[in-house]
Ligand binder design. Structure first.
Ligand code: S3P
Length: 201
């Protein structure tokens, strides 16, 4: 990770971005455990604040309202970043589409993009029956088309936001392997040393 891409102010958090099925929650929880950080998910924070599921927000209020809620949650997190325990923050797959969100994410800490091929994302989305039912459709297309189109459309925005890109579709790798790879990469950054120093105080 090049130092010029690192957040300027002492960053307290580690941000995960990536498409649905890229493993933000599972890898995020593993990373949090391995680094001794808290774990926070922006979709969960939105659901708690709104008192309803993301699917209900999409159905009852529409996607633009959900997108505004995403920005509000990020603003809250940035405003309270110093009072929050250092955390791994997993974000919704579309969070990177707004320039404002990309700027806010980078204020929280280094951003890790969990990158997956569309067919792997599709396979995981279908296999995850619980969240599959909770996830609103994002387009009128069938799911395979939706994943292909959305991944292609979003790719430049994930790339523009990320300080570190990690493939999460290598066959045979466990979530521990992927989290360990991320930590190995982070160890080379001053962020990691600053965070460890802060945790040991
Ligand atoms: C979305 C992804 C979802 C959730 C919402 C919109 C998207 O989060 O924020 O359904 O636009 O890709 P996950 O990426 O955690 O599924």
């Amino acid at each position: 990770m090049s130092q010029s891409h690192m957040p300027q102010a002492a960053p307290r958090h580690l941000v995960l971005v990536g498409y649905r099925g890229s493993g933000k929650s599972s890898i995020g929880k593993e990373l949090a455990m391995m680094l001794g950080l808290d774990f926070l998910d922006t979709d969960h924070a939105i659901q708690e604040k709104a008192g309803k599921s993301v699917r209900e927000i999409f159905a009852e209020q529409g996607e633009p309202v959900f997108r505004d809620m995403e920005t509000e949650i990020l603003e809250d997190l940035v405003d309270h970043a110093r009072n929050l325990p250092p955390s791994v923050i997993a974000t919704g797959g579309g969070m990177i589409m707004r320039l404002e969100n990309r700027r806010l994410l980078k204020k929280l800490g280094p951003v890790v993009w969990l990158k997956v091929e569309p067919k792997v994302a599709l396979h995981r989305i279908i296999a995850d029956t619980f969240t599959h039912d909770q996830r609103p459709s994002l387009t009128e297309h069938d799911l395979a088309d939706e994943v292909r189109t959305m991944v292609a459309e979003r790719m430049p925005y994930y790339a523009a936001t990320a300080d570190l890109t990690i493939d999460n579709d290598r066959p045979g790798e466990t979530r521990e392997d992927v989290a360990a790879r991320i930590i190995d990469q982070l160890r080379q950054s001053h962020w990691y040393n600053e965070l460890v120093a802060r945790l040991n105080k």
